[in-house]
Design a protein around this ligand. Structure first.
Ligand code: ATP
Length: 313
């Protein structure tokens, strides 16, 4: 178990149907040791439901889940000793201090030592003696992560771990998770609705939409999927278009004015485009490379029928 060949998480044909909605619809995926796998989806895509299925918190309507080599069925907690998780709002005993909260978890898990190591690791030292109910949301989230990590799990499953954290907190968690995966071989599965954020952390990204897994990408391949074009402003767009056409390019009118070129030759050699226009008597007044951002790529993937950003909540 846990070898590079045996997936840490294996999901096949997984479906969860509620009255009137299929929250997770025939999803199959696998996550390998040491991977940071991000489930990406808009609100209501089915991320939390899928995570709860992985943890055996709810029973599937159909399909199979294997975690760390063992079948997961609702109520079966056998793999949980090696799994850390954070699902839903960060839960803590409000009247206990941060240290007491973690001591409870440590004793329940029969771990030796003290909670001080994990308190330090999650930058909670200065809050260790504060009651949980007085913590900010960000620090509550840190406490929840400390609970998830206290037993050095092989697999960490986190539902929207960046929620409630400020940008510095998000960056801190990113470093912590990257360190766990790279230094300790911990496998991480997390969910998020922010592609730009997970692209900086995840090694593989699965896109969930209306319960379907609509795409999977290696994070380092994402760049290849972005749309790029050269945007030109000229004194006479019609003349410039005809000129570029005559040189084998395929310019399109831009809105409200100007031209767009997405020929690979134009993207690789903007100077040549400028030279043609200068020699043809329509020198460009502007020429720049525009690149689709990651959120636009994500929205295009989940809603190919719309080119622009769409009104999802
Ligand atoms: P969010 O980012 O908003 O948390 P999500 O991607 O985690 O969204 P889920 O919470 O898994 O999405 O919900 C997926 C769909 O299943 C939604 O349409 C939701 O209303 C529905 N759903 C989830 N849990 C239940 C339930 N217990 N009973 C009925 N419908 C449910």
């Amino acid at each position: 178990m846990g070898s590079a060949e045996t997936p840490v998480i294996e999901v096949a044909g997984l479906t969860k149907r509620y009255t009137g909605v299929v929250a997770v619809d025939d999803v199959s995926l696998s996550v390998r040791t040491g991977q940071i796998y991000a489930l990406l989806g808009l609100n209501g895509a089915g991320k939390t439901t899928l995570i709860r299925l992985l943890l055996g918190m709810i029973a599937p309507t159909a399909g199979v889940v294997r975690v760390l080599g063992a079948d997961v069925s609702a109520g079966d907690r056998s793999a949980w000793a090696r799994v850390g998780y954070l699902v839903e709002a960060a839960a803590a005993y409000p009247e206990l201090t941060v240290r007491e909260n973690l001591e409870v978890v440590r004793r329940l898990r029969r771990l030796p030592g003290s909670a001080d190591d994990i308190i330090e690791r999650l930058a909670l030292t200065s809050y260790a003696d504060r009651r949980a109910r007085t913590l900010s949301l960000g620090n509550l989230q840190r406490l929840a992560l400390a609970r998830a990590l206290i037993h050095a799990p092989d697999l960490l499953i986190l539902d929207e771990p960046g929620n409630a954290l400020d940008p510095a907190g998000v960056a801190e968690i990113r470093l912590l998770l990257a360190d766990l995966a790279h230094q300790h071989g911990t496998t991480v599965l997390l969910s998020s609705h922010l592609l730009a954020e997970v692209a900086r952390l995840a090694t593989r990204i699965g896109i969930l939409h209306h319960g379907h897994l609509v795409g999977e990408h290696d994070a380092d391949q994402l760049d290849h999927h972005r749309r790029r074009h050269l945007h030109l402003a000229t004194p006479d767009d019609q003349a410039a278009q005809a000129l570029l056409h005559a040189h084998g390019y395929h310019p399109e009118p831009a809105t409200p004015t100007g031209l767009l070129l997405s020929d690979p030759r134009a993207l690789a050699g903007p100077a040549q485009v400028a030279t043609i226009l200068v020699h043809g008597g329509v020198p460009p007044t502007e020429l720049h490379l525009e690149e689709e951002d990651l959120e636009a790529l994500f929205l295009r993937t989940v809603a190919p029928e719309t080119e622009e950003g769409i009104g999802y909540a």
